[in-house]
Design a protein around this ligand. Structure first.
Ligand SMILES: Cc1cc2nc3c(=O)[nH]c(=O)nc-3n(C[C@H](O)[C@H](O)[C@H](O)COP(=O)(O)OP(=O)(O)OC[C@H]3O[C@@H](n4cnc5c(N)ncnc54)[C@H](O)[C@@H]3O)c2cc1C
Length: 684
């Protein structure tokens, strides 16, 4: 307590009081004390006092603000201080984070910048029970199929098989997140502050190994962006996703035929066409529930009908951006979303919250596998759902035939069919970790294809600042897009889609603006900047179609195991030069769009060339590690997701994607899983 004056003074220089309270009165000091251990705090403050005394003859708290600022500046510049770096980061987290974390008493910073996380009239639903689950001791000895992972692909396949009368066990390593989960701005799938997130996985016990080009491999945890997390919970990524529901374009299935195969890449055509997947896109849109409207998408292929719901509400930015695009002669349309724009399927319409992507929807208006296909599968009475249980191996008999799976702890489950839907990285890891004397390099890996071609989506775009308010905090946020640059962009391979962004959390805007040099890290300028810029900034961005790289891959690290004793994923490789070109091209278009829309300043988002050694692209849009194909030498499965050489081992997640489109991938994961599920039932 004796050092409170120094802490108070320091926090009030990081977030100074003006006509509104500073960091200290907002509670950032309490927040910081909860995060930093007492010894680190008292030692750091003692060093600050010592420096103040040496330079000015008085302790830090007794100096005038100018001298305090110059001490902080000097300490940060001349003597890089881990302590001060950490204190600044934590004070900012406390002040701009959600009030429940402490540090933002009475939502002072949110009121200052005009952010709100809920619309005033939002009615939160009454708590509902989670799905009926089974405990390990009640699992049957044998199933028709065991589905590993209850995410996008897993939920669909479980539903298709259970509705066809199959006895199905779904094993999901994550847990059920209740709808009334608080919207924690520090712990969510959209923000990376190194804390454990409810959508998982736990920080401890889940390492991965990352190969680097300029040093030895390193071991990292899920709090590190290079770990490439999606989400590990019931519903997988669909539990917390932004829910953009794009169809791939017809060209996306024929990338090698259209563009050739760039040197060093493994670009290939899918073994199916857009027309093959179209009925399943339609089924995914109608069975999950998508809000959208037809038209305004220059890249879209033929479709049999429109969407089950009209688009979500527009915002002030929509009209402004529509004007800019019109001036440029571009086509625009709404962003299709797996979010109810009106009451649908017994659940509410979108309430317009500021916490959509990365969070559980507080009114349950977001449609994922957890509230659509998984409840349907359970309702058949044919499906058992086992949560918080990890599959560590696909089991084979002495002849190499797949006979079931092994759970962490050693329990064996037998099944006629095994369907892996663990996400692109974990599905590859499971196959590789399931090696046997017959297949010593991993199940289905005779041709060294498992784990290769890992790809996600490099995001590219720009941020514009405007004279007027353009961020009304009316969620979800993405309302206008252009698909004019998905293909046929001169000598580029593919391209991408551009749209406006989800409502950002204040902390994410702080991080973005500060990272781009548009906002001071701390001090009066920083506070003023946030006050002015949060509501006057708009981001235009989108995913580029990555060019497949065989060296971007998942292997397993034999010397590092997770908490269940399973060898962990080892990631290596990175994106190709082609991807950097495409990213730059899309960023240039975003700059043009914001400029034409009246932005007073426009700044490009960080380009991927600045991020050498970050490892492969994967993360939330991870795909491609177990491609479908027409011949075993160049793919892992046949065109229906059946692993070559194993008639009863199927994949039905994003790992099957041959290429990953220039749009968000989940609708394609869902559609393809319906297709794979139908084929499994058909072939018995
Ligand atoms: C914050 C966020 C925003 C996103 N926004 C969008 C968007 O707007 N549009 C879009 O198209 N896509 C979006 N995505 C991506 C989308 O969610 C994924 O593309 C999709 O979920 C991938 O489906 P999947 O079936 O391959 O894997 P997942 O949905 O990740 O499911 C895999 C499941 O397997 C489980 N699992 C893994 N290993 C094991 C094991 N050994 N044993 C048991 N269970 C296991 C995992 O816990 C997980 O639940 C977003 C994702 C996130 C996290």
């Amino acid at each position: 307590m004796s050092q409170d004056p120094a802490l108070r003074a320091l926090i009030d220089r990081i977030i100074p009081p003006d006509d509104l309270p500073g960091g200290w009165d907002a509670g950032a000091g309490d927040f910081l004390r909860n995060q930093l251990d007492a010894e680190t705090l008292s030692n750091g403050l003692a060093r600050l006092d010592a420096a103040a005394t040496e330079q000015y003859g008085a302790e830090f708290a007794e100096l005038d603000p100018t001298r305090q600022d110059s001490l902080i500046t000097d300490a940060l510049r001349t003597n890089p201080s881990e302590f001060l770096d950490r204190v600044i980061a934590l004070a900012i987290q406390g002040f701009y984070g959600d009030p429940a974390n402490g540090g933002n008493r009475d939502s002072v910073s949110w009121r200052m910048i005009g952010y709100r996380d809920r619309q005033p009239d939002t009615v939160l639903p009454a708590p509902r029970p989670g799905p009926a689950t089974i405990t390990a001791d009640r699992i049957a000895d044998r199933y028709d199929a065991v589905v590993v992972g209850a995410g996008a692909g897993g939920g669909v396949v479980a539903c298709v098989l259970a509705e066809a009368g199959w006895r199905v066990l779904v094993v999901e390593r994550g847990s059920w997140l209740p709808v009334e989960q608080p919207s924690d701005h520090l712990r969510n799938q959209r923000s990376l502050f190194g804390y454990e997130t409810p959508a998982g996985p736990p920080l401890n016990g889940n390492p991965r190994v990352l190969d680097r080009s300029d040093g030895p491999p390193i071991t990292i945890g899920p709090g590190d962006g290079r770990w490439n997390n999606n989400a590990m919970t019931l519903g997988g990524g669909t539990r917390v996703y932004g829910a953009q529901a794009w169809r791939f374009a017809p060209e996306d299935f024929r990338m090698a035929s259209i563009y050739g195969v760039p040197e060093g890449s493994s670009l290939a055509d899918w073994p199916i066409t857009y027309a093959d997947l179209e009925p399943y896109y339609d089924r995914a849109e109608w069975e999950f529930g998508v809000s959208g409207s037809v038209g305004g998408n220059a890249a879209e292929g033929p479709r049999r009908r429109g969407y089950p719901m009209p688009p979500v509400r527009q915002s002030a930015a929509t009209a402004m951006l529509a004007g800019g695009a019109k001036e440029l002669g571009w086509t625009t349309g709404p962003v299709p979303l797996l979010i109810n724009s009106q009451t649908h399927d017994g659940r509410a319409g979108c309430a317009g919250c500021g916490t959509c992507v990365g969070f559980v929807c507080p009114v349950d208006a977001k449609n994922g596998s957890h509230n659509t296909v998984i409840p349907r599968a359970l309702a058949t009475g044919n499906c058992d759902l086992l949560l918080e249980s990890q599959v560590t191996r696909v089991s084979t008999d002495s002849d190499g035939n797949v006979i079931g799976v092994r759970l962490a702890g050693g329990r064996e489950i037998t099944a006629r069919h095994v369907v892996l839907t663990a996400g692109a990285i974990e599905t590859a890891r499971l196959l590789l970790a399931s090696r046997s004397s017959r297949e010593p390099d991993g199940l289905g890996n005779t041709h060294d294809q498992v784990g290769r071609n890992l790809q996600g989506h490099v995001y590219s775009g720009a941020i514009g600042t405007f004279e007027q308010v353009v961020q009304e905090c009316l969620g979800p946020g993405p309302t206008i897009s252009t698909n004019d640059f998905r293909h046929h962009n001169g000598d580029l391979v593919g391209g991408g889609m551009l749209a406006n962004d989800f409502v950002p959390t204040p902390l994410n805007t702080y991080g973005l603006l500060n990272g781009l040099g548009l906002l001071s890290r701390w001090g009066a300028e920083s506070k003023r900047g946030m006050r002015e810029l949060y509501s006057r900034s708009a981001v235009i961005m989108g995913p580029i179609q990555e060019v497949s790289n065989p060296q971007s891959r998942v292997r397993i690290a034999d010397d590092v195991t997770d908490a269940a004793g399973m060898p962990v994923a080892r990631l290596s490789g990175g994106i190709l030069a082609e991807d950097r070109r495409a990213a730059r091209f899309l960023a240039d278009r975003a700059v043009e769009w914001l400029t034409a829309s009246g932005a007073r300043t426009v700044t490009m988002l960080r380009q991927p060339s600045d991020r050498a050694n970050d490892g492969p692209s994967g993360g939330q849009h991870q795909a491609g590690t177990c491609r479908m194909g027409t011949e075993a030498g160049h793919s892992v499965t046949d065109p229906y997701g059946r692993v070559w050489g194993h008639d009863n081992l199927h994949l039905a997640d994003a790992s099957l994607h041959v290429t990953n489109g220039g749009v968000n991938p989940v609708l394609t994961v869902l559609a393809n899983a319906y297709r794979v599920g139908d084929a499994i039932v058909r072939d018995g």
